[in-house]
Design a protein around this ligand. Structure first.
Ligand code: ADP
Ligand code: CP
Length: 312
């Protein structure tokens, strides 16, 4: 009997905002992952990198502003660094937890590139602010010299914004499938994957940050996952969220999800991309199940006690 395939998207609360916080939090994350490893799933994990990629980019920006012999670090390289650094923490925490529980499985982190479309409209409308705040003069100079885009951010100064294009193809997909089918726990598409475009000369990194829920959904589609699990800060998806009549949803059909989107029930930039990621997965894998819950309640959600399940 082949193992069931589980693809997990880990949200920010699984990682925190600083290296110290991350090192502490991944220990809890690892306990949840180990509980799935015990259930004998094939396991593939995607995760975010918003705070981390911003932090890495900021560090190089600050260094190069104060010492012009230090070059600023290009954005795709910052994304690659964030994948490796987060992967290292997660991988080690999961290894330690598996050893403590005498579970005989191995873990790896794959530096993963994700192809995006050069003509994606997101490149015309960069929307994700990253890095440090600049004065207007500094921003104008950098914009002229490097072609970066800046936005004025809530009266605090100018920040570089990067596009957030859709994931089209996961370059290392065959390897992900092979490793997962051998029982390896695979950490991949970190931060949505390193965004690359493909031309006659091969792949080239581009300055962007892909949404990790969308990229992880693409992985779930490509491996035909039985379960696509999004772990975030809330136990369930709500309607009328944050209002006195908010109501948790245990089940949402594809049609209901589309109706709720039309009603504006899911906030842009937080719950909406998660619901859209689930929809893209379910449309491609109609016999599959998508689930949204919190990290700590994930085992209970898998046992049908909490969480929000989305099905066709
Ligand atoms: N309808 C909703 N139901 C539940 N949570 C919602 C809803 N709309 C917005 N949210 C918010 O979305 C957040 C999850 O999105 P986000 O913080 O971007 O996730 P992550 O960093 O875990 O990927 C929840 O913590 C919650 O505050
Ligand atoms: N890349 C990405 O979606 O990261 P966050 O989830 O941390 O925003």
């Amino acid at each position: 009997m082949p193992r069931q395939k589980l693809v997990i998207a880990l949200g920010g609360n699984a990682l925190g905002n600083s290296p110290q916080e991350q090192l502490k939090l991944v220990k809890e994350t690892a306990k949840t992952i180990a509980s799935f490893a015990k259930e004998d799933f094939d396991i593939i994990i995607g995760h975010g990198n918003g705070p981390q990629v911003g932090m890495i980019n900021l560090a190089f920006d600050v260094a190069s502003l104060s010492d012009n012999t230090i070059p600023p670090m290009p954005f795709p390289e910052c994304g690659a660094m964030s994948q490796a650094y987060i992967g290292y923490h997660l991988q080690q925490a999961i290894q330690n937890e598996l050893a403590a529980q005498h579970i005989n499985r191995t873990v790896c982190t794959l530096v993963t590139q994700v192809v995006v479309d050069e003509g994606d409209q997101a490149f015309k409308k960069p929307s994700k602010p990253v890095g440090i705040f600049y004065s207007r003069e500094q921003a104008e100079k950098l914009a002229q010299e490097k072609g970066f885009k800046f936005v004025e951010d809530a009266g605090r100064g100018y920040r570089r914004v990067v596009p957030s294009p859709l994931p089209r193809k996961i370059v290392e997909m065959d390897l992900i499938k092979e490793l997962a089918s051998k029982g390896e726990i695979v950490i991949t598409v970190g931060g949505g994957g390193i965004p690359v475009v493909e031309d006659e000369n091969g792949y080239h990194g581009v300055a962007a940050v892909i949404d990790k829920d969308r990229s992880t959904a693409k992985v779930a589609i490509d491996v035909h996952a039985d379960l696509f699990l999004i772990l975030t800060a809330v136990d369930q998806v709500y309607i009328n969220f944050n209002s006195p009549n908010q109501k948790g949803l245990s089940f949402i059909s594809l049609k209901e999800a589309k109706d709720y989107i039309m009603e504006g029930q899911f906030a842009k930039g937080s719950m909406l991309p998660k619901i859209e990621a689930c929809l893209s997965y379910l449309e491609a894998c109609p016999s599959g199940q998508a689930m949204i819950t919190s990290l700590e309640h994930a085992p209970a959600a898998l046992a049908g006690k909490t969480g929000t399940v989305l099905t066709v």
